[in-house]
Design a protein. Structure first.
Ligand code: ADP
Length: 262
């Protein structure tokens, strides 16, 4: 369904002629609808842990008033829920920061190999927790792209974190760094591969949408917000790059970050 905004301006003086301009409003409406959906989703995601915290406060002040053991248990749950809210707010702020500066500053040169090493170090505790072994398959030479190091750090961190969280049953993650040419463009390609449960094909086109999860319960227990991959996609688009996803159920997934060489 299309809708138009129409303006009429007279041609000359008393000619009885008008120029009508039809402006297509469907795109503006679609964006308005997406924004409203986004706010509704974000509010719902924040309200769920808030409702749980508020319920436990009532219980602690009421029926569990004299039960220190139950109180300790409820406080633990409340702490988890506040963690969830704060992760969600961090991700929402990241998205809004990206939207407030839709164009990348003229880029710094970013060394993808160095950035990847820094991401791996930052996730060493998570890898130890999940018992994940990491294998590097890095090509020779330098891997330089133009862009924002903090943003590219976040891209690689989100992907490696997902591989550890969702692919933990596979026991290992392979991080690959290579150069390739695609459509005449020379690219740096960083691939994060896990050997976990994989993602059913029908979900793959949608997992970079905001708040989309293949399995809400697993995402929750793995401390997910449903925003990680949408942030990844956003950042890559502004770097002139892209994300390709391959996955096979029961075998694992691979997420490849393609960035044009500086
Ligand atoms: P979340 O915060 O829930 O992790 P993401 O946007 O990072 O959100 O990912 C969206 C969904 O895609 C996840 O909830 C999960 O269902 C699925 N997913 C992401 N990475 C993987 C992976 N490596 N293996 C299996 N499923 C994955």
């Amino acid at each position: 369904e299309r809708s138009y905004h129409v303006t009429a301006s007279p041609v000359g003086h008393d000619t009885g002629l008008y120029v009508l301009v039809f402006r297509d409003q469907s795109e503006a409406r679609r964006i308005d609808r997406m924004r409203a959906d986004f706010i509704a989703n974000a509010s719902h995601e924040l309200r769920t842990p808030l409702a749980s915290i508020s319920g436990f406060i009532e219980t602690i002040l009421g029926p569990a008033r004299n039960d220190p053991k139950a109180q300790a248990n409820f406080l633990g749950i409340m702490q988890e829920q506040t963690g969830r809210m704060s992760r969600l707010i961090d991700d929402l702020l990241s998205l809004s920061r990206l939207e407030m500066k839709p164009y990348l500053r003229p880029g710094q040169t970013v060394d993808v190999k160095e950035t990847l090493e820094a991401v791996i170090s930052s996730l060493t505790p998570l890898m130890a927790d999940t018992g994940m072994a990491l294998e590097r398959e890095f090509g020779e030479g330098s891997f330089l792209v133009s862009g924002d190091r903090d943003e590219l750090f976040q891209v690689l961190q989100n992907l490696l974190e997902n591989a550890c969280k969702y692919g933990r049953s596979g026991g290992r993650v392979v991080v690959q760094l290579e150069k390739a040419v695609s459509g005449g463009v020379h690219e740096v390609v960083a691939t994060i591969r896990d050997f976990g449960p994989g993602i059913p094909q029908e979900h793959i086109p949608r997992i970079t949408e905001r708040f989309y999860r293949v399995d809400v319960e697993t995402s929750r227990t793995q401390k997910g917000t449903g925003l990680g991959l949408s942030i990844v996609k956003h950042i890559l688009t502004r770097h002139g790059g892209r994300l390709t996803i391959r996955s096979e159920v029961g075998k694992g997934s691979s997420f490849a970050v393609h960035l044009p060489i500086a």
